[in-house]
Ligand binder design. Structure first.
Ligand code: SF4
Ligand code: SF4
Length: 284
């Protein structure tokens, strides 16, 4: 079963939820940190990293002897990553998505491809948790290929928890797609509701069952609850606004370790997700 943990915006407690859920499941569990621009599950889980792999995308390399400067490559590139100016082909590697269209369509076969490193995937262990995280190199913008490489390590027999980057953009979709369930972490404020609404739209398009965790419960109003009721989205857990919880997080201590009673709540959350995934499978 694959459970992604997402939120419409940063700072809602997504990392707190993903790590405590993984620690509560305890065995045969993987945690994939797909928030590749700012992975921080490692701060709480403190895994021992045992291996790493570079992530590369193919970018074009021009053979000037074969090129006749016809401009076809520049015409087909949807990302303005290649231009032909005054008998010279210019490549802008940061804009290249490695789609291969230019090399495929070059009439002179003047384009080959070379790998450009855009990030790294690290594998490790934190107690019984198989830990995998992706890191996008500084200045790079192409998160989806790094996320795909992280997800290549999914073990089909294990419970997989995916920490998704905040927002609703391409990296979010890349991380969530293929999940059996999506847990949306929000806070009970007008901003929280606005971002939750956007995240729910994405989940609906992906046709993935979802549930909500309200973090810092008691700090705002009841609009998020009313919205969830109206949309038929279950609220599966409420984590109160609590100084002790905030202090634990700021010290890099997972909630279920700092306050072990929370393990039961996270186990109940996991059981709710399991039964909802089972019910969806039965319906299908
Ligand atoms: S399509 Fe090929 S031949 Fe034409 S300008 Fe580009 S690299 Fe040169
Ligand atoms: S590989 Fe794709 S994105 Fe990169 S330059 Fe060629 S056409 Fe553009």
């Amino acid at each position: 079963m694959i459970v992604s943990v997402a939120s419409g915006k940063g700072g809602t407690g997504k990392t707190l939820v993903a790590t405590s859920l993984a620690l509560s499941v305890g065995k045969e569990v993987q945690l994939l940190d797909c928030d590749v621009e700012e992975p921080n599950d490692h701060i709480l889980l403190k895994p021992i990293i045992h291996s790493s792999e570079g992530v590369f995308i193919p970018i074009p390399k021009i053979d000037e002897d074969k090129c006749n400067h016809c401009g076809k490559c520049s015409e087909v590139c949807a990302y303005n990553a290649i231009a032909v100016i005054k008998e010279k082909v210019l490549i802008f590697p940061e804009l290249c998505h490695g789609c291969g269209a230019c090399s495929y369509l070059c009439p002179e076969k003047a384009i080959s491809e070379e790998g450009r490193r855009i990030g790294v995937v690290e594998l490790g262990q934190s107690e019984a948790i198989d830990f995998v995280q992706g890191k996008l190199s500084p200045g790079e913008m192409m998160a989806p290929p790094v996320i795909r490489e992280v997800k290549r390590h999914i073990h089909p027999q294990k419970t997989v928890i995916i920490d998704v980057s905040p927002g609703t953009s391409c990296p979010v979709v890349e991380a969530i797609k293929g999940s059996d369930f999506c847990l949306l972490v929000t806070e009970p404020t007008p901003f929280g509701l606005n971002d939750l609404t956007l995240a729910v739209e994405v989940i609906k398009k992906l046709d993935i069952p979802s549930g909500v965790v309200i973090n810092r419960d008691g700090s705002g109003d009841s609009q998020v609850g009313r919205y969830c009721d109206g949309e038929g989205i279950p609220i599966l857990l409420r984590i109160p606004l609590d100084t002790e919880i905030a202090i634990l997080y700021s010290r890099g201590i997972p909630l279920v370790k700092g306050i072990p009673q929370w393990r039961e709540s996270f186990l109940a959350l996991f059981q709710s997700i399991k039964s909802k995934v089972g019910a969806t499978a039965d319906e299908g």
